[in-house]
Design a protein around this ligand. Structure first.
Ligand SMILES: Nc1nc2c(c(=O)[nH]1)N[C@H]1C(S)=C(S)[C@@H](COP(=O)(O)OP(=O)(O)OC[C@H]3O[C@@H](n4cnc5c(=O)[nH]c(N)nc54)[C@H](O)[C@@H]3O)O[C@H]1N2
Ligand SMILES: Nc1nc2c(c(=O)[nH]1)N[C@H]1C(S)=C(S)[C@@H](COP(=O)(O)OP(=O)(O)OC[C@H]3O[C@@H](n4cnc5c(=O)[nH]c(N)nc54)[C@H](O)[C@@H]3O)O[C@H]1N2
Ligand code: SF4
Ligand SMILES: [Mo]
Length: 764
């Protein structure tokens, strides 16, 4: 028997950030359970967290870098791999066009320290405008609406779950996803607690999800029409004189213009389009207005739709008009320990969209990113500024973005591609160099992104649970070396990247009259930093400069890395507190409730009211399964099977109309292609709507996710061609798009098994 020890590890597998107690033996995690003493998660964990050990020890994880030689990816040493990266990038950058090198940042970057600390430095070194990320497949609409409303795309109000009396959830299923843009360990438990204390839960979702089953009211809306619903709620609030912005009132401007915009959207005008009764919409508005404390919360289903930014904006407009913006129990701004320290309110620079445009189809940037849906055309279309090199950090856009087949063809034409990824998968198989980070057990963890979205202010840090392997770079060290390669100085010490950031940040802080370290010497401050390595010193710096920090001695009781390390289960920093107007960065210094780009979208929405789906079309929506995570967890045996399947869910009436029975293969056709997939007949979704999960399609050759390949499923995003998008944010429409469903037998004259399903996708 081997000796086992236990260690603490914050779970990196979803936004809930649960604290785990892991058992370690033989240099790996052998078991994981919830840490009861964690100040935030109090022992909660879900099946994914419980499988952290299996995921950590997945035999398909790459342990050494791969370098393409004579067309084939071959194991190499780290030195060989970084030499290949330096050479490949230099060859493209030598021509002097920084935009020829593009970056795609995938979702796991928000779940790791490396992903928070190094991509910003990498982008500065590259100076490219070709920056893409999973955000334009996800939450970019919320950044844009927050940018326009509050002047800061990162100022995202979260529902104050534990104190609200009425929660309205649109297009989110936190019982399965465990929550998003609202970090809350045990989201399901918090919803049950809301009901127990007599609060109301309303869920708007075309599917009767597990979240909808907890609700006292479920509105099975027609997909893509949430903006109409909320516009109509706003209409009722004004028409019935129910608006009362409360304490936020003095900070709001543009309220009258919102009233004018909403005038054309009485419930009777939108009811048909939303397929909801006008009376239900009125009741909803009245209840939100009447509740002492209410919060509206929208996620994926309200975001990855044509009016995603408008919907995201309306969520906060309703919160503001009902007095719930910035009020306890309403929608509040968290205050993260590593965020900027509060400063006296003052007008800011505001937020501008479209400062540049994509080369081929002229799509506007948002938050310095271009839409991921145009990545393919930017690689394929010849001319100056064509993307010839691509760095993919923790991303799998071949499965996560529209039309992966076209993207794959484009990737194959790149002069150079790097994937920083633990797996050889649908995307990384196209790379010239694959750099695998060590498994999560060997990584330290701090939630830079999610503490700014948490429903309670708190701070936690865990060092590696398992001793890092010798001779293998941590993901932080790996990305630091990538930064040096991008900057043309591959020979330099990776620690110099952290030193440079520290110097830059401290120099700015001492020059800032509002900073606690104003006027001090940056060198003196740098010498005070503690930590075992560069990332820890940077964390120490951010904590000390942050809202709860010790200000490098200015507040001796304040937060430092040392103090945080002395609290291994974290430090609770209290419930959310009102932050208006300090949080605002708009030019007016107010909450600009009716920015012109959104007013224009509202007018476009009015025009769209007239259009209808065709009779023979169904609208497709996605779904997430509790034991899944986008494209990359189908390789863990413990998380497979049961209801976690790639099936086309259909209402019995729609299935009967299409001539399909449960288990039969259907042929699904969309703008971008056709798939064959088994039907699952269920009344858990409304009529006129079908559902297919994303992240499947693991049949491709040259990958090494052997478990996933046994049950590959099909890639739903192959039904899309990227031409549907939310114009303000550039976010792809991934929900509520039209498809036609017919029996596959009629089309092919045979029954499709798993391999034939895969083949059908590969062919089309
Ligand atoms: N149809 C449809 N499409 C969708 C969605 C949908 O709801 N419907 N959802 C969208 C959303 S919300 C998102 S966020 C995107 C996700 O889009 P992506 O981020 O492109 O895709 P993921 O599947 O999350 O892939 C993450 C990659 O990171 C790797 N990885 C995992 N852990 C680490 C790590 O610690 N370090 C590194 N370097 N790599 C790691 C994985 O192996 C995988 O290759 O997909 C979007 N696509
Ligand atoms: N288990 C698991 N957890 C995850 C992930 C995962 O893949 N698996 N992914 C993580 C990521 S990257 C993210 S971004 C979050 C996402 O977190 P959530 O937003 O909670 O994710 P979903 O489960 O996709 O919920 C979206 C819901 O919107 C509904 N919907 C679709 N179209 C519409 C519409 O037009 N209107 C309305 N009102 N509803 C609509 C769908 O039926 C679905 O139930 O989850 C994270 N957590
Ligand atoms: S809910 Fe999320 S953070 Fe918590 S254990 Fe599950 S996957 Fe990990
Ligand atoms: Mo996401």
């Amino acid at each position: 028997m081997t000796d086992t020890t236990s260690a603490l590890r914050i779970c990196p597998l979803c936004e809930a950030t649960c604290g785990l107690t892991v058992t370690v033996g033989d240099g790996r995690i052998t078991a994981a359970r919830g840490d009861r003493e964690d100040v935030f998660s109090r022992g909660f964990l879900c099946p994914k967290g419980a499988a952290l050990g299996a995921l950590d020890a997945d035999p398909d994880r790459l342990t050494r870098p791969l370098v393409r030689r004579d067309g084939r990816l071959t194991e190499a040493t780290w030195e060989e791999a970084f030499a290949a990266v330096a050479e490949g990038l230099a060859a493209v950058r030598r021509d002097g066009d920084p935009d020829a090198t593009a970056v795609y940042l995938g979702n796991p970057n928000v779940h790791s320290m490396a992903g928070a600390l190094y991509p910003p430095v990498l982008l500065r070194a590259l100076r490219t405008r070709n920056v893409f990320s999973a955000s334009t497949l996800d939450q970019m609409p919320k950044h844009v609406s927050s940018g326009l409303l509050f002047g800061d795309p990162l100022a995202i109000p979260v529902p104050d779950l534990d104190r609200t009396d009425h929660l309205l959830v649109l297009g989110a299923n936190p019982v399965d996803s465990n929550g998003s843009l609202a970090t809350a360990p045990d989201f399901p438990g918090r919803l049950k607690a809301l009901r127990r204390r007599g609060g109301r839960l309303t869920v708007v979702d075309p599917r009767r999800t597990r979240t909808a089953r907890l609700a006292d009211r479920h509105l099975a809306i027609r997909p893509g029409t949430d903006a109409l619903l909320l516009m109509s709620v706003v209409h009722v609030l004004f028409a019935e004189e129910l608006t009362d912005p409360g304490a936020a009132g003095p900070h709001l401007t543009g309220t009258e213009r919102v009233r004018e915009l909403a005038a054309g959207f009485p419930p009777e005008a939108v009811a048909d389009a939303c397929d909801l009764a006008a009376g239900e919409i009125r009741t909803l508005a009245r209840e939100l207005a009447a509740a002492d404390r209410a919060a509206v919360y929208g996620r994926i289903g309200s975001s990855t739709v044509e009016f995603g930014t408008l919907t995201s904006w309306l969520v906060d407009v309703v919160n503001a008009l009902t007095g719930n913006l910035d009020r306890p129990g309403g929608a509040m701004f968290p205050l993260s320990a590593t965020g900027p320290a509060p400063r006296p309110p003052a007008p800011g620079k505001g937020f501008t969209l479209g400062r540049w445009h994509s080369r081929v189809s002229g799509r506007p940037e948002a938050k310095s990113e271009l839409p991921t849906a145009v990545l393919t055309e930017e690689i394929r279309t010849p001319g100056t500024g064509r993307i010839r090199a691509l760095l993919v950090l923790a991303g799998n856009p071949v499965l996560s973005a529209p039309d992966g087949a076209a993207l794959e063809e484009a990737l194959a034409t790149l002069d150079f591609m790097v994937s920083v990824d633990p797996y050889l998968n649908e995307t990384s198989r196209h790379a010239h160099v694959v750099l695998p980070p060590p498994p999560p057990g060997q990584a330290a963890h701090f939630d830079f992104a999610f503490n700014a979205l948490a429903v309670r202010n708190q701070v936690r840090y865990t060092r590696p649970a398992v001793p890092p392997e010798a001779d293998r770079p941590s993901e932080c060290a790996l990305l630091a070396r990538l930064v040096l390669c991008a900057g043309g100085t591959p020979e330099r010490d990776p620690a110099s990247v952290d030193a440079l950031v520290v110097d830059h940040t401290l120099s700015r802080a001492v020059a800032d009259p509002h900073s606690a370290v104003h006027g001090r010497d940056p060198g003196e401050l740098a010498a005070l930093l503690t930590g075992e390595n560069g990332p820890e010193r940077r964390l120490d710096m951010m904590l000390r400069l942050g809202p709860y920090g010790d200000g490098f001695g200015a507040d001796p009781g304040g937060l430092t890395l040392e103090r945080l390390l002395a609290h291994p289960h974290g430090i609770d920093l209290g419930p959310l507190r009102p932050r208006l107007p300090e949080v605002l960065r708009t030019r007016s210094g107010t909450v600009e409730l009716c920015p012109e780009p959104l007013a224009a979208e509202a007018r476009r929405l009015g025009a769209a009211l007239a259009s209808r789906t065709r009779e023979d079309e169904l609208l497709l929506v996605g779904r997430r399964h509790l034991r899944s995570n986008n494209s990359w967890m189908h390789n863990v045996p413990a998380l497979r099977g049961g209801t976690n399947r790639c099936t086309l869910q259909m209402h019995p009436e729609d299935a009967a109309r299409a001539g399909l029975a449960d288990g039969e293969p259907a042929r699904v056709a969309g703008d971008g292609g056709t798939l064959e997939v088994p039907v699952e007949v269920t009344d858990a979704l409304r009529t006129g709507v079908v559902s297919l999960p994303h992240g499947w399609g693991h049949h491709r050759p040259g990958t090494r996710t052997r478990v996933a390949a046994e049950d590959p499923g099909v890639n739903v995003n192959q039904l899309l061609d990227g031409s549907r998008y939310d114009p303000l944010s550039g976010t792809a429409v991934l929900n509520g798009f039209p498809v036609r469903v017919t029996p596959a037998r009629a089309a092919s004259g045979r029954t499709a098994g798993a391999s034939q399903v895969a083949a059908a996708e590969a062919v089309e």
